[in-house]
Structures are given as C-alpha cells and as structure tokens.
Design a protein around this ligand. Structure first.
Ligand code: TMP
Length: 189
C-alpha cells in the first residue's frame, strides 16, 4: 500500500524465566525469518559487550555487589544505549528479535520487592515491541532442566517470585507459548 510502516522491521521480544528455552527459540525464529528472505537480527539483553553490560555481567556472576536500584538502572541504561541503533535498524526494514527486554527488567527487579511502578519508570520511552512471545514454564520444570549456570538469579525460590511478577505484567497482547507445546514441537523436528 506504500504505507511507510510496511517497510519497517518488527520488534519481536521473547520473555520468560531462566531456562525456559528462550534462547533456543529466538535462534530458531531468527533462522526461520532469514530463510524466508527477511532481513532479521538476533539481539539479547543484557548486552554484555558494552561497558554497562560488563558491569551487569560482573554483578550477575557475583563478582561485584550493587544496590538493587543501581543494578535495575544499569539494566535499563543497557537498553537505552542501544535505542538509537535499534530504531535505525527497524526503520531500514530489519526485524529485530530480542531475547529479553523491559519486561525482564521489571519482573526481576520487582521480584526483589522493588515497587513495580518505580521499576517501570526508566523503561518509558524505549521502543515498544510489536510482538511479545512469553515462554511459559513452571519454575520447578525450568529448574529440572538443569544447567542453571550459577548466576545470581538462578535459584528456584527467586524464579517463583519472578514468575509471579511476569503474571502481574502480562497483558492480552502477549502471545503465551506453553513449554509442553515447545517440547512437543522440538521432538517433531
Ligand atoms: P540472560 O541469562 O538472559 O543473559 O539474563 C541474565 C539475567 O539477568 C537473567 O537472570 C535475567 C536478568 N535480567 C534482569 O534482571 N533485568 C533485565 O533487565 C534483564 C534484561 C535481565
């Protein structure tokens, strides 16, 4: 139709608990879109390659301690520092699949007891996703999968709280994909 939005790429966000299968699914979606001939990139947050990202990484691996609000703002800053690039890629027609975004920021920090509205505030003004895919898995099931890498948040009790926070954030626009469906689909491949 010549509408400018037709040529814009889509911002697709995958969310879920640690070990829910997001990374595997993001990779598959990326390959699938490329296979269809779309220009697509796979991003992830935290982006550990920047200097802010390195501070986050060191916090997650327990090599440094930070105030809960300070680390929350670093996670947000890590998205802000990529905003301009994200916008120009989308405008030029590249679809971006993002493994975690603002919802992770709010879900994980509010699971520590921080006020949810306070957690949301620094995310205001970041680009809104066109699609949010939530990979739903019971926290016990995710823990059973093994391979919790020993990072700061990878504990069953904390993941249960994160799961509750995600439930509070969840709105009707999210597409929820149940883990048993993903397992089934993977077996067929
Ligand atoms: P990753 O395992 O996907 O790299 O994410 C690292 C951890 O950081 C994971 O436990 C989720 C958490 N996280 C936050 O607490 N806030 C955020 O804004 C993001 C993107 C991740």
């Amino acid at each position: 139709s010549g509408d400018r939005s037709d040529s814009r790429g889509a911002l697709v966000v995958l969310e879920g608990l640690d070990r829910c299968g997001k990374t595997t699914q993001s990779n598959k979606l990326h390959k699938y879109l490329e296979g269809l001939g779309h220009s697509a990139e796979l991003w992830r947050f935290p982006d550990r390659t920047t200097s802010v990202g390195q501070m986050i990484s060191s916090y997650l691996s327990n090599q440094s301690q930070l105030d809960d609000r300070a680390i929350h703002l670093l996670f947000s800053a890590n998205r802000w520092e990529k905003r301009t690039l994200m916008e120009s890629k989308l405008k030029s027609g590249t679809t971006i699949i993002v493994d975690r975004y603002s919802y992770s920021g709010v879900a994980f920090s509010s699971a520590k007891g921080l006020d949810m509205d306070w957690c949301k505030a620094p995310e205001i003004g970041l680009l809104a996703p066109d699609l949010v895919l939530y990979l739903e898995i019971p926290p016990e099931k995710a823990a059973e999968r093994g391979g919790y890498g020993g990072e700061r948040y990878e504990h069953l009790e904390f993941q249960k709280k994160v799961s509750k926070s995600y439930q509070a954030l969840h709105d009707a626009s999210w597409k929820v994909i149940n883990f048993s469906f993903v397992d089934m689909a993977l077996k067929k491949l």
